[in-house]
Write a protein that binds this ligand. Structure first.
Ligand code: TXA
Ligand code: MG
Length: 324
């Protein structure tokens, strides 16, 4: 028999979760849609650990969870459409994609290097308790391993992720049981990127207009909007990217890895001098951006071990290095 929804958790449990988040740890939390695998969105290494635990082979951007619309405004550029929709559907299962604030402290890994950020205000009372106490932004994908279905009870999360999660907060069975609707409101015309229980019709009614049809992805045969990693808005360096470099020239920038970086580059940034893949993932997007300078001919990238989160790092680097 399914457990009923839990409305309130003990303050000491809330304190536990908040302390773990502040220390860069992971906490699974209930929401009204599905359970989320949460980390402090401003902590790059904590966010990298999310990808590592999920064994995601790619850096898909993550949703940040905040307590209310006012908190959302700290991280994204708010607009009138977002305001209308927040009034109608927040707290609740609508995620809105908006432009990142230029100086938002959210890790670049959360938006996978992109210019936008997905935000959501969950209505589950336990999620509300946790987010209000944390008073920040929690990046949280569904708390399942990559390729598995999203968990709707704490038991599901435990079965899949037990060994990797220091804390799984039980909020009972999720009411909605289906992931949130994802709506891109960063441009002139809102576009649904993922369908959910907040339907196109409901959104159109609030906005008083029809939604535009979904835009065509650049990559052919691509399951479209569902993999924003492939969208044109996704960050790609403007200069060439040369992978698996075993030497580097003075007119190149070097993205190094490990204790023995190549010498001779015009500029070098080391993803992780100690060879730690979690640290490397946390630095990846910010360092690519920092080296993307037209005074260099190319960004040379040293080999990254293709294991664990290194697989997602290499996926991203290969796409950055693909011929354009
Ligand atoms: O209901 C939900 O949304 C659950 C709970 C935990 O909140 N979370 C969830 O997260 O389903 P996840 O990571 O499994 O799915 C997030 C979706 C993905 O399809 C991702 O591509 C999209 O949101 N997304 C995230 N950031 C985006 C962005 N900046 N632009 C476009 N799509 C984005
Ligand atoms: Mg998911």
């Amino acid at each position: 028999m399914e457990r009923p929804k839990i409305l309130h958790i003990d303050i000491s449990l809330v304190d536990n979760a908040v302390t773990l988040w502040q220390k860069g740890g992971l906490v699974a939390m209930p929401t009204e849609t599905v359970y989320g695998l949460g980390a402090d969105a401003t902590n790059g290494e904590a966010v990298a650990r999310i990808y590592s635990v999920k064994s995601r082979p790619q850096f898909n951007p993550l949703i940040i969870h905040v307590a209310d619309a006012r908190a959302a405004c700290r991280y994204v550029e708010w607009n009138d459409t977002a305001d209308l929709l927040a009034d109608a559907f927040w707290p609740g299962p609508l995620t809105m994609v908006l432009k990142r604030r230029p100086r938002s402290r959210i890790s670049e890994l959360v938006s996978a290097g992109g210019e936008t950020l997905a935000v959501r205000v969950p209505s589950h009372p336990v999620a509300q308790q946790l987010l209000q106490a944390f008073n920040g932004a929690i990046a949280a994908p569904s708390a399942n391993r990559s390729g598995r279905v999203s968990p709707t009870t704490a038991e599901h999360v435990r079965e899949e992720l037990a060994g990797d999660m220091p804390l799984i907060i039980d909020g009972g069975a999720c009411e909605v049981g289906l992931e949130s609707t994802v709506l891109d409101v960063s441009g002139e015309h809102p576009v649904i990127l993922r369908s959910g229980s907040v339907t196109q019709e409901m959104i159109e009614k609030v906005l008083g207009k029809k939604l535009a049809t979904q835009h065509t992805p650049v990559a052919p045969n691509n399951a479209a909007h569902k993999s924003p990693g492939q969208l044109e808005s996704h960050y790609a360096p403007s200069i060439q990217v040369r992978l698996n470099a075993s030497n580097v020239a003075a007119d190149e920038a070097l993205l190094a890895f490990g204790a023995a970086p190549l010498t001779g580059a015009g500029k070098t940034l080391n993803l992780s001098p100690s060879g730690n893949l979690i640290e490397a993932a946390a630095n990846l997007f910010a360092y690519m951006r920092a080296l993307d300078d037209t005074k260099f001919r190319a960004i040379a990238v040293m080999p990254i071990p293709n294991e664990g989160i290194g697989i997602a790092i290499n996926d991203r680097l290969q796409r950055a290095g693909a011929p354009r």
